[in-house]
Design a protein around this ligand. Structure first.
Ligand SMILES: [Zn+2]
Length: 322
């Protein structure tokens, strides 16, 4: 992978295996891929899951070999390649040639990325110096090369995720919350409208109607289950504090979550996240097991989990600082 271009089809297959595993991990739903692989590969702070796109990672590794050919001209590696593939020009001007070897073809496929990220520094009396503009030190790193590719991919699909920059703070904040990872993932899925609510399943032609099975009053969209449905309302009624002042009618879940994160303290957001998750779990238990939980039980399940998580983390910090 360091030196050879992996076939794109092979990368796609591995990516699709990872996606299958990721979406198949919850038992109570069919293995639907709710979001595109590209979305999962977007960095966590830009609203993705930070998965690595193999094809892009391979390109970044190959660009590193090109960087070595460009900057390390005393090495044996450079001299061997120079003699064989570009005896009379520089690496940047080298051509593929008529019968290129697999390794040479692989290297050149990483050169385009390198060209996008280098700049030259000229100082009087010295040879021009090549710098990698994506890192502060001016030295090439695979990580910054991968980020550059990721940025290029995003620019290409601009229409799809034009406002991701506006949400960067939201994801930074969310991933840093002091709550269990599964609940952060739950928020992530709710935000991207990829929870298996009846409205979503209906849209995908898996359910015959989009209605809420708890109240049967309206379509079961995310903000309905987690906020407006009587089961949610009764649970939120038990939660003291600012949450009481919010209107019963919520907008679409992303705007609602945005509002909560902008206006609540970190501790309040953590409690809100845990209770939302407990409401979702109670909804699942009711639908799949016919088991009904009281609002008191839902709230205390959330608060116990939050308390235990905080205690475990304080204990961890205390032990590690000793
Ligand atoms: Zn309902």
């Amino acid at each position: 992978m360091n030196c050879f271009r992996l076939p794109k089809a092979w990368c796609d297959e591995v990516n699709s295996l990872i996606a299958k595993y990721w979406w198949g991990q919850s038992k109570d739903e069919r293995k639907i891929h709710w979001l595109k692989w590209d979305k999962l590969c977007t960095s966590k702070e830009d609203g993705g899951m930070g998965f690595r796109n193999l094809h892009m990672f391979n390109t970044a590794l190959l660009a590193k070999q090109c960087w070595r050919l460009l900057t390390n001209q005393q090495s044996l590696f450079f001299r061997v390649f120079k003699a064989k593939y570009f005896p009379s020009c520089s690496f940047l001007d080298a051509q593929l040639g008529s019968a290129p070897s697999f390794i040479w073809r692989s290297f050149l496929s990483g050169r385009e990325l390198l060209l996008k990220g280098i700049r030259w520094e000229y100082s009087p009396g010295a040879m021009p110096k090549v710098l990698w503009s994506e890192s502060k030190s001016g030295l090439f790193t695979v990580r910054t090369a991968y980020q550059r590719l990721e940025q290029m991919r995003r620019e290409e699909s601009r229409g799809e995720c034009s406002n991701f920059e506006n949400y960067r703070w939201l994801w930074r904040f969310t991933w840093k919350l002091g709550i269990p990872g599964k609940i952060k993932h739950f928020l992530w899925r709710a935000f991207h409208d990829s929870l298996p609510t009846n409205a979503n399943l209906f849209r995908r032609k898996i359910k015959s109607d989009p209605f809420c099975k708890i109240c049967d009053q309206t379509e079961e969209v995310t903000s309905h289950v987690l906020w407006q449905c009587p089961m949610a309302r009764n649970t939120w009624a038990l939660v003291p504090g600012r949450v009481q002042k919010l209107p019963n009618h919520a907008e679409a879940f992303p705007s609602f979550m945005l509002w909560i994160l902008q206006n609540f303290s970190k501790a309040e957001v953590e409690e809100w996240a845990l209770i939302s998750w407990a409401i979702w779990s109670a909804r699942n238990r009711f639908i799949f097991e016919g088991h009904h939980q009281s609002p008191q039980q839902i709230r205390s399940e959330a608060l116990i989990l939050l308390r235990d998580f905080r205690q475990a983390n304080t204990a961890d910090t205390a032990t590690s600082s000793q």
